[in-house]
Design a protein around this ligand. Structure first.
Ligand code: GLN
Length: 547
């Protein structure tokens, strides 16, 4: 730990009472208001589940998989962190029990433990501690969120590790923040503090005394209840912060600061600094509260029953709306509904159509129907990853008459306009994949550069001909169909720098029709909305089919 900058302080964020309290958003918001006081922050997530990463989990189980520039498949909370702090997350900001154990077992096999019996304490906990303190620079604060809820069996080594770290580093450099819920019981007409008390007791059993409580609540916490929580939980009253429900997420940093959270953190660490300059958030909230109009955009996907699966996407659409001073109303459409229902009745009221990323065959015919509708009715269209692949297949089938055009992901014997990538270039080194290889972590992942065609719509959108975007895919449009696609009115307007991998397609005969092989939604931020979303929303506003 000697290489740690002595000024760096650690805030450990745990959750209690119930899951889904928005710990990720709370962590991101705290980081942001500390930034607004001029501090440098970093955010990290420790997930106690046994998967090595969420890349192999169903979106229905885990929500979206967030991808970093350096190609890590990580928890969607890293998306909140990036969007709120603007700090690009790295491989070293996300871990899981699977990753931690993999390292411990690799070391054991390598003989690094010199004959010791390998145990949770100290070997696993040391690995967790190493993760927390590694790859840091001169951050003022490192916020470490522990996934799950206090009391989970999987979470215990993490609580033990942060308890030890607080001892190693000293309490003057570490803070424990616990997020809880005060449920409102209508029959009693009261907010209840008992679950919070129990949750804190549970933490104390692990040797952790929280320094601050963030209490989610539907209504203001009465003074006497706050006093009670402080007394029973052994916490300064000013460190019992109420977190009331707000109508949009951009209000959270403002609400926390108003409740004195950043001040309480500074007081705790004895830091003297100016008040937070929250103007960036105030401006966003103002725009969101008083939009100049509304635009309805359809998202035609497979996982629409769990919107967490499209977290970055819906955020990026909101950012595009904010940039245009419009509210984007997303019409979530289950792609399968377009297979049984009539496209006209489902899509006639939307001004833009987006087909997002996806995997597997279910709903593909519906996605292709959505592309066809957008193409024929000249509705602004954005296809992302699988959505772009579907757009290419749609042109092949419906414009060029190649009925068996498909992706080998769905049909091995098709006219393989989209096929498995077996070789590509990454930073000058060849990446090789095989059909029967491992699924985990083996896609084309992370930031890759692309070169855009001068004069194309997409070059105009970016205002540049060289871009870098994040990828997460195994299949790719085959460049050999370039001329054929052009005959069908679709041009390849962006490729990998070596010209081998199509990255972007567009239709010059259409007001706004772009498909991208990468995930622009992962880089969009409220303060730096992604140009593709800004322009897609703008084109949709122009379309104005609001009924
Ligand atoms: N399933 C497709 C592929 O692997 C698309 C992936 C995605 O949309 N993220 O290429």
């Amino acid at each position: 730990m000697s290489e740690l900058n002595p000024k760096t302080k650690f805030i450990f964020i745990t959750g209690g009472v119930v899951s889904s309290l928005g710990k990720g958003l709370a962590s991101a918001s705290l980081a942001s208001i500390l930034q607004c006081r001029g501090f440098k922050v970093r955010l990290r997530k420790l997930d106690p589940y046994l998967n090595v990463d969420p890349g192999t989990m169903s979106p229905f189980q885990h929500g979206e998989v967030f991808v970093t520039d350096d190609g890590t498949e990580a928890d969607l909370d890293l998306g909140h962190y990036e969007r709120f702090s603007g700090v690009a997350a790295k491989r070293s900001d996300s871990t899981t029990t699977g990753k931690i154990y993999q390292r411990v077992i690799d070391k054991e096999r390598h003989g690094d433990y010199l004959g010791s019996t390998i145990q949770v304490i100290p070997h696993v906990t040391n690995e967790i501690k190493n993760f927390i303190v590694s790859d840091l620079e001169d951050e003022d604060f490192v916020l470490c969120e522990i996934g799950g809820t206090v009391g989970d069996i999987e979470g215990q080594p993490y609580l033990e590790a942060i308890r030890q770290l607080a001892y190693d580093l000293g309490r003057e450099r570490t803070m424990f923040l616990h997020l809880t819920l005060l449920p409102y019981i209508p029959t009693a007409g009261e907010l209840k503090t008992k679950p919070t008390q129990h949750s804190v007791k549970k933490l104390q059993e692990y040797g952790i005394q929280p320094d601050m409580l963030l209490c989610r609540s539907q209504m203001p916490i009465p003074e006497n209840e706050r006093k009670k929580i402080a007394l029973f939980c052994n916490i300064k009253e000013s460190n019992v912060i109420q977190a009331l429900d707000v109508s949009n997420i951009y209000q959270v940093p403002l609400a926390y600061s108003k409740e004195g959270m950043d001040k309480a953190v500074c007081d705790y660490f004895n830091l003297h600094c100016p008040d937070a300059d929250l103007s960036r958030w105030e401006k966003i909230v103002e725009t969101v509260k008083a939009p100049e109009g509304e635009v309805k955009i359809a998202v035609v996907g497979k996982y629409v029953k769990l919107l967490e699966a499209y977290k970055s996407l819906s955020e990026a659409l909101n950012h595009g709306g904010i940039a245009n001073k419009y509210k984007v109303r997303i019409k979530w459409i289950d792609a399968e509904d377009l297979e049984t229902g009539d496209a006209d009745s489902i899509l006639s009221d939307v001004s833009g159509i987006l087909v997002p990323g996806g995997f597997g065959s279910r709903g593909t015919a519906g996605k292709i129907a959505a592309v066809k509708y957008a193409r024929e009715h000249k509705i602004p269209f954005l296809g992302i990853c699988f959505g772009m692949q579907m757009a290419v297949i749609e042109t092949m089938r419906n414009v060029l008459g190649v009925q068996n055009a498909n992706t080998t992901e769905l049909d091995e014997k098709c006219e393989a306009v989209v096929g498995l990538m077996t070789e590509w270039d990454k930073d000058g080194a060849k990446q090789i994949r095989h059909k029967d290889g491992d699924l985990g972590g083996t896609m084309r992942l992370g930031a890759y550069e692309a070169v855009l065609k001068p004069g194309s719509k997409v070059a105009e959108v970016y205002g540049s001909e060289h871009i870098s975007e994040r990828h997460r895919h195994r299949y790719e449009v085959n460049i050999k169909y370039k001329d054929q696609l052009e005959k069908g009115g679709m041009i390849i307007s962006g490729t990998s720098p070596d010209g081998k991998l199509p990255e972007i397609v567009e239709r010059p005969d259409h007001p706004w029709f772009i498909g991208v092989q990468f995930h622009p939604e992962l880089k969009s931020k409220p303060f730096a909305p992604h140009p593709l979303f800004v322009e897609f929303v703008k084109a949709s506003i122009k379309q104005n089919r609001l009924v």
